[in-house]
Design a protein around this ligand. Structure first.
Ligand code: ZN
Length: 152
């Protein structure tokens, strides 16, 4: 998922951090929706474990938005399409839930894959969702996010 904030910076934004990142601990239910604790699910990937499938990478990238791990998002982004910086510090943004709608290829036997998902969020109290089909490729052996094939 490639959503990033593009609104003008307000001087107060830096001090008005959201608390959502701090609410997640290793024992929390994983934000990605798998029936597992964060530390045993996406937290492992954030700590350096390789994603076995595109879907696992997609889930871990969604969770990285939730826990504000911009460094993980950048290092799992193909260098050709990766933004230089990623600002996740939008106090009004709260990622609520990830729905995986479909996936093609993307296993240990593939070099490309796609994942279609809907990510539900609340922004300044208003519910919304991001619907996207993401394309993933292997880069130096590891799955990385390449681009959105469609997004709405
Ligand atoms: Zn997870």
């Amino acid at each position: 998922m490639s959503r990033r904030t593009s609104r003008p910076r307000r001087p107060s934004a830096a001090s008005a951090r959201t608390t959502s990142a701090a609410e997640i601990t290793a024992a929390s239910p994983c934000p990605c929706g798998m029936p597992a604790e964060y530390g045993a699910c996406c937290g492992r990937l954030h700590a350096g474990a390789a994603a076995p499938t595109c879907e696992a990478l997609m889930r871990s990238r969604y969770s990285a938005f939730v826990v504000h791990d911009a460094a993980y998002l950048l290092r799992t982004w193909h260098p050709d399409s990766r933004p230089e910086v990623l600002d996740l510090d939008d106090p009004g943004m709260r990622w609520e839930r990830l729905e995986i709608l479909g996936a093609t290829e993307g296993s240990a036997f593939h070099t490309t894959g796609t994942v279609t998902f809907r990510a539900h969020f609340t922004h300044n109290g208003r519910a919304g969702s991001l619907h996207e089909k993401s394309r993933f490729v292997r880069y130096e052996g590891a799955w990385v996010y390449e681009s959105a094939l469609f997004t709405d």
